[in-house]
Design a protein around this ligand. Structure first.
Ligand SMILES: [Zn+2]
Length: 174
């Protein structure tokens, strides 16, 4: 049975943080999709698209090489709205339990010498990277997480009723 959340996120109230977006049961257990939100939607500018692309490469590489977590990672990728990323992990941990992992991952960007896989052979648009700006966004997010780790709004979504479209479809953004 799929566990489909009946709420959707109130994007007017969301602040940067780590949230459980959805939990799904699969053949051998549970997978959880986390919303790793870097920017306040519709209030702050979105992440620069080249920096977003670099963060995608750097953090995917970090997560998939971390000895304690690599076997748990299913997916890491950017949101279409460019305000954050989705992380899909095996299991059903509260988002607080991946705080340390994500803080380390975003802090690791600071010491990156180059973007992994930024070549024509390994990437769909290898010219579209910006390591310096990726470092700026990563430091900003890591500082925010560290300063707000004791606040519930860093880990809990502001919720609202799920939107139903005029022709009766339930709206999802992922
Ligand atoms: Zn790429």
């Amino acid at each position: 049975m799929d566990l489909i959340p009946s709420f959707s996120v109130d994007h007017r109230a969301i602040v940067p943080g780590i949230f459980t977006s959805r939990v799904d049961t699969v053949e051998n257990g549970t997978v959880t999709t986390y919303d790793v939100r870097l920017m306040r939607p519709n209030i702050e500018p979105v992440v620069d698209v080249a920096a977003m692309h670099s963060l995608e490469h750097i953090i995917a590489t970090y997560l998939r090489n971390d000895p304690d977590w690599k076997d748990e990672v299913i997916y890491w990728g950017p949101m279409g709205c460019l305000t954050g990323f989705y992380l899909i992990l095996k299991g059903n941990r509260p988002s607080r339990e991946i705080y340390d992992l994500l803080l380390r991952a975003f802090r690791s960007v600071e010491t990156c010498q180059s973007v992994p896989g930024a070549t024509a052979k390994n990437c769909g648009y290898y010219r579209m990277h910006n390591l310096d700006m990726a470092k700026w966004y990563a430091a900003r997010f890591a500082d925010h997480l560290a300063a707000n780790a004791d606040k519930p709004e860093t880990f809990e979504y502001p919720k609202t009723e799920r939107l139903v479209t005029e022709d009766g479809q339930h709206f999802y953004d992922s």
